[in-house]
Design a protein around this ligand. Structure first.
Ligand code: ADP
Length: 242
């Protein structure tokens, strides 16, 4: 039996008259790296937010690590999110007054656990920042800040890591470094990763690409090459001629 880290069934999310998600069925198996792509407004962020328990769907179900989110109280959902789900954002979202080590330790503190210096050091070492523990975000480059955010997302040992355009604010070289690191974490540690991106080169780091159009899954690609992804995206974004 294949295990799914995340299972999404008949997922709908409406904002007033807008159907941001309109019946999405997806499985994110434990292990691989999936990229989610689609034109602007196709529902990518909404899918990630719903799958990560940050937003509540209008209908349908999301199961993370065997637990159905809809049935959980607000408190249990927050706990599950903290312990089993990692999230990295385009804008890093680090606390500016805390050092890298303190930012990384935060999820453990919020969970009422006393973070050990060893665990925090190890998390920073995993993302190549062993020497930066005492630096504040303003003393770090964008790529280093995203690595701190990654270490913070991974410190609890989540079942899945979600990234919403995690390299969107980085220059090309730094972006490739962060993607290489993500790929390494997937290969070496079996980290289940789901990343929204608009960049075909970034998507080519994944094992699978899921395409969304108008809140629905429009197709999939495995072993994606950047050129093939770009060609497919061009087809999706083509404005119908009069
Ligand atoms: P994408 O990430 O693919 O650009 P989004 O998931 O952000 O797409 O948005 C999908 C659709 O839902 C868009 O039409 C967007 O305008 C709408 N939408 C998203 N979030 C909200 C919100 N908080 N309030 C109203 N409409 C929203």
């Amino acid at each position: 039996m294949t295990t799914s880290a995340v299972r999404v069934r008949a997922l709908c999310r409406r904002y007033g008259d807008v159907a941001a998600l309109d019946g999405v069925d997806l499985d994110f198996a434990a292990g691989p790296f999936t990229a989610v792509m689609g034109p602007s407004g196709s529902g990518k962020s909404t899918l990630l937010q719903c799958a990560a328990g940050l937003d509540r769907p209008t209908s349908g179900s999301v199961t993370v690590d065997g637990t159905e989110l809809a049935g959980l109280s607000e408190r249990r959902r927050t706990l599950l999110r903290r312990e089993r789900i990692g999230f990295v954002f385009q804008s890093f979202n680090l606390l500016p007054s805390l050092t890298a080590a303190q930012n990384v330790a935060l999820p453990l503190r919020l969970a009422g656990r006393r973070p050990s210096g060893g665990a925090v050091r190890e998390a920073l070492a995993r993302v190549g920042l062993a020497g930066r523990a005492g630096h504040r975000p303003s003393q770090l480059s964008g790529g280093q800040q995203q690595r701190v955010a990654l270490a913070r997302a991974l410190i609890t040992g989540p079942a899945v890591l979600f990234g919403d355009e995690p390299t969107g604010a980085l220059d090309t070289t730094t972006s490739r470094e962060v993607l290489t690191l993500l790929r390494q974490l997937v290969d070496d540690e079996g980290l289940t990763t789901v990343m929204v991106t608009h960049d075909p080169v970034a998507a080519a780091y994944a094992d699978r690409v899921v395409f969304l159009v108008d809140g629905r899954v429009s197709g999939e690609m495995t072993a994606p090459a950047a050129e093939r992804v770009a060609a497919h995206m061009t087809g999706l974004e083509r404005v119908p001629c009069c």
